[in-house]
Write a protein that binds this ligand. Structure first.
Ligand code: ADP
Ligand code: MG
Length: 450
């Protein structure tokens, strides 16, 4: 989502509030608030005094949740800065009037990212592209240190990696109460190390990470790339923990082999289980959308949900942004949630549907040229590997990109619909396990959607 969306959402909130309070109240309380910063994570507001914060939160907490991004506790994510004290320490909604801790305090072991309360296994919707990761994660959470170690989860932005990571944390904290869980972001780890180097307390930090924790959850390891000294330090910590059978879970936007890290580090990360989390297919996206909408207290008609999920397909975070925006529009203008409203309210968010213009012929041609076989081979019956695999890939892509019935697609290949279905399943399974094939198929896909 764009940073300006939150700013715009704030303006929409003001318009909404204007209709729900007196002119005087609006002038006294809301008009003097200034936006200092707006990102997709939250908003920083400058207020004339602390009472404005209280007024806002006690009168509009429920409405703010609809308009603004929410924090881990499901509260509107707002930081307040009192104008007269500016630049004063930020006051968080969560910590009420307690000022935030000064940045440079020594914080060995305190970099623990608290787990997002909403990121739990129960709220993670399963589908064919994330089922494998979810079961692996549940396996690790049930027997930390004894199933797959490390568990390495990789996939694109906004597909639920952090959600799964925190779910493991919650589960372990609830079911293995004696285990100490440390959840960190790679950036956080690096910052903590820098702080401790400055304060000459590195040994204390090392001791903490190597002997005071039982489970280490590491988010976004890709940020360790090109940070040589930090990589070495991380690698030592990693090895010490693994040798003691302490569970490590890592997330990344790429598989280990594609990370620009030392061979030693890559080999370590491949020790356990490497699991890919893919883009959920349409039905799962609809289920996620409905689940999130219901949590916000809105009902989206099924046809509208399908319409949104068809047009926002590569990132679940965007799907959530869409719900927020839709919700705000429908409340502000008092309109029912329909396809027309979606088309109007979400105009800039809706993506071009890939493959809308792709035909079976183009698929056959692209696959044939990529794998260096003939189109006639793809429609033929030869079982030799060099032909059989590209043929299954072509069938998989036909199912993915073409909206025809399985029967009619099958007939193009001279196969029954069950053969086609089998081919799709086989390729989906291989894609989850085989990096090379995944790269090949995504190259063909890029050619197709051009
Ligand atoms: P990543 O870490 O991969 O960038 P996140 O874990 O931050 O992605 O997920 C982005 C948002 O999408 C989160 O709010 C998360 O709850 C939601 N999300 C992603 N996948 C699912 C899913 N399968 N079911 C429910 N919510 C999901
Ligand atoms: Mg993440």
């Amino acid at each position: 989502m764009l940073a300006c969306d939150t700013r715009e959402a704030w303006i929409q909130f003001l318009e909404f509030a204007k209709k729900h309070c007196s002119v005087t109240a609006f002038g006294n309380w809301l008009a003097p608030i200034r936006v200092l910063e707006a990102t997709d994570q939250g908003i920083t507001l400058e207020i004339p005094n602390i009472f404005v914060k209280e007024y806002l939160l006690s009168n509009y907490a429920k409405d703010l949740v609809v308009f603004l991004p929410v924090n881990a506790k499901g509260e509107p994510s707002i930081q307040f800065v009192v104008a007269s004290e500016n630049p004063a320490p930020l006051i968080h909604t969560e910590t009420s009037s307690t000022p935030a801790t000064p940045k440079n305090t020594q914080k060995t072991g305190q970099n623990e990212t608290s787990l997002n309360a909403l990121y739990r296994f129960e709220t993670f919707i399963e589908g064919p592209t994330n089922q494998f990761v979810k079961s692996a994660a549940m396996g690790v959470a049930a027997r930390p240190g004894h199933s797959y170690n490390p568990l390495f989860i990789h996939g694109g932005v906004g597909l639920g990696k952090t959600h799964i990571l925190h779910s493991i944390g919650h589960y372990i904290r609830e079911h293995h109460k004696h285990l100490r869980v440390q959840s960190i972001t790679t950036e956080g780890f690096i910052n903590e190390l820098v702080d401790n180097l400055r304060n000459k307390s590195v040994e204390k930090m090392k001791r903490f990470y190597r002997s005071d924790i039982d489970v280490l959850l590491v988010d976004d390891i890709q940020f360790l790339q090109n940070r040589l000294n930090f990589e070495e330090e991380f690698c030592h910590t990693f090895e010490t923990l693994i040798n003691q059978k302490k569970q490590i879970v890592i997330t990344s936007d790429k598989p280990p082999s594609q990370l620009k890290l030392s061979e030693r580090m890559i080999a370590r990360m491949e020790w356990g289980l490497v699991a890919h989390i893919g883009i959920p297919e349409l039905e799962t996206r609809v289920a996620i959308l409905q689940h999130k909408a219901r949590n916000k207290g809105i009902e989206i008609p099924q046809n509208v949900a399908f319409y949104i999920a068809e047009h926002i397909y590569s990132n679940i975070r965007q799907l959530e942004g869409a719900i927020n925006k839709l919700c705000a529009h429908s409340r502000l203008m008092n309109l029912a949630i329909t396809e027309d409203l979606v088309a109007m309210a979400l105009k800039e968010m809706l993506q071009h549907i890939p493959g809308k213009d792709v035909s079976v012929e183009t698929i056959l041609k692209q696959v044939a040229s990529f794998f260096q076989v003939r189109v006639s081979d793809l429609k033929g019956t030869s079982r030799i590997k060099e032909v059989a695999l590209p043929r299954q890939v072509a069938m998989y892509l036909a199912c993915k990109f073409i909206n025809g019935s399985l029967q009619s697609l099958g007939s193009v290949f001279g196969k029954t619909h069950s053969t086609l279905l089998h081919a799709c399943k086989t390729i989906e399974k291989k894609l989850a396990e085989n990096d090379t094939l995944r790269r090949q198929v995504s190259m063909v896909e890029r050619q197709l959607v051009g």
